[in-house]
Every structure is written in C-alpha cells, then in structure tokens.
Ligand binder design. Structure first.
Ligand code: ADE
Length: 256
C-alpha cells in the first residue's frame, strides 16, 4: 500500500511515522508513506500556498495551484478517474469510523490532503477529492493531526502490521461494541485486585466475563452502538439485567 500526504508541514510526520506499529509496517515494506511539501509545487519567490478569500472575511484559503500540481505529480486526475483515493481532512467531512478505516485499507493508493487556515479552495474538493473526512466535532488548527489519525487507524489494519494477527479483531468497534477492560500482573496492586474470573483459568467463564464487561461499558458510554451491534439472545438478557441493576444501584459511579 502507498500513502502520500500533502501538507505544508511535512516534518510534522517525522516522529509519528518513526515509532511503533507504523514504523514496523514501513520497515517490513507493507506500506510506503511519503509526506510531500506543498511549497515544492509553488513557482513564486515566496512559495505561496494561501491567499485571501473571495468575498472577503477572516482568514486565508489554500490556493489550488500547488495542490493540483502535487496531485498531478502523483498521477492523480479528476476525482474517481484513477484507482487512487484522494482524501481531504476537514471538520465538514464525513465522520471517521472503524468501518471507514476497514474500507480505506482495501485501496492500493491513498492521497491525504491536509488543509490549514480556513481550508482549501472548494474547486479542489469538488473536482479532485474523493472523500472528505472529519475525525470529530471539534476544530483543529490543521488537517495534519487528523491525517495521522487516519493513517494510524488504516495502517494497523494492513495484514501483518500487528504482531498478533488477531488483535485488531478484538478491538473496540470491530464487533460493534466497546472492548472489555484488560489487566496484567500483579494480581493485587496496592489493594486493587484483578477481577476473580480472569484468574480462574476457566476459559468459558473468562469469555463470559469479558462479553458482559463489553456490554456493560457499551451500555454505559455508547448505548447508540447497541442499535447496530450483532447481539445474541444471551447478550440481550445480560443487557436487560444490566439495565435493571443500574436502575437499582445507587453506588454506580456513572450515576453519581
Ligand atoms: N481539520 C481541522 N479540524 C478537523 C477535524 N475535526 N477533522 C479533520 N480535519 C480537521
């Protein structure tokens, strides 16, 4: 897989690409990630990448020329005409999700455009961008951190990128629920104990405990996810029980 990132701050990506799973995936040749400096595609003395908005108003807009030339350099033509997927990060985009990451990892070539200031000239979005993505309902000072979020979520899904192939399957969201909590040694840390079922060695009990915790946390924090998660009759029974006990348990922390 190839990922090209268009930005006016290519150095921004040096550290995140040089650590952990992403670094390993790059070293293993599973992915090639290149940050491109948009200023390299300018032709004026000041290497201008932004200008004032038509119609007036606050802020600056990124000019289309350098972005167009960078895309041309990468062999990208009008949206939808090449196999490359061009993504633009902005708070106006479609909400990013695990499902979207699963779809994006199927593409051989992603181009991620990072905006700064008030964003990029709309004609770039209309004619060259395939997908506009937001990573959440808040405004960042540029698309770079959002691009890194998308790159991370996608790269860890490339087959072979995670040390243990099965880890991504158990992640939060991958089965429609939030993941259960994890514990490691020691069993008793300053009087805080590991839940007993996890120490039992009884795999069925452990799985039941984990499923219940996953359902409990999802019910408490993201009940909206329950509407689309695949749930068994036993899950539904547990959820009813959790709802009942929640209603009666005044010591429940989430209710205080
Ligand atoms: N650029 C600025 N804010 C953003 C957000 N929330 N998501 C994606 N890109 C952004």
């Amino acid at each position: 897989m190839k990922i090209d990132i268009l930005t006016i701050f290519p150095e921004y990506f040096s550290s995140p690409l040089a650590h952990g799973i992403i670094r390993r995936a790059i070293e293993a040749g599973l992915v090639q990630i290149t940050p491109w400096d948009l200023r390299e595609f300018t032709h004026d003395r000041h290497r201008t990448t932004d200008d004032r908005p038509y119609g007036g108003g606050e802020g600056m807009v990124m000019v289309p020329g350098p972005i167009f030339e960078a895309l041309e350099h990468l062999g990208v033509d009008e949206a939808g005409t090449t196999s490359s997927k061009v993504i633009y990060l902005s708070p106006r985009g479609r909400p990013f999700s695990q499902e979207m990451a699963v779809q994006l990892v199927q593409h051989e070539h992603l181009v991620i455009l990072c905006g700064r200031y008030e964003g990029v000239d709309q004609r770039i979005i209309d004619h060259l961008v395939d997908l506009e993505i937001s990573i959440g309902d808040y405004v960042l000072s540029g698309g770079e951190p959002a691009a890194m979020v998308v790159v991370d979520a996608v790269v860890r899904l490339i087959p072979g990128a995670l040390g243990c192939e099965s880890s991504a399957e158990h992640d939060s969201f991958s089965n429609g629920l939030l993941e259960h909590p994890h514990y490691t040694r020691p069993r008793d840390f300053r009087g805080w104990k590991v839940p007993e079922p996890l120490l039992s060695g009884d795999h069925k009990r452990i799985e039941e405990w984990r499923r219940r915790e996953s359902l409990r946390i999802t019910l408490e924090r993201r009940p909206d996810l329950l509407a689309t998660a695949v749930l068994s009759t036993e899950d539904l029974r547990i959820l009813d029980e959790l709802r009942d006990s929640k209603g009666h348990d005044s010591t429940d922390r989430e209710q205080e």
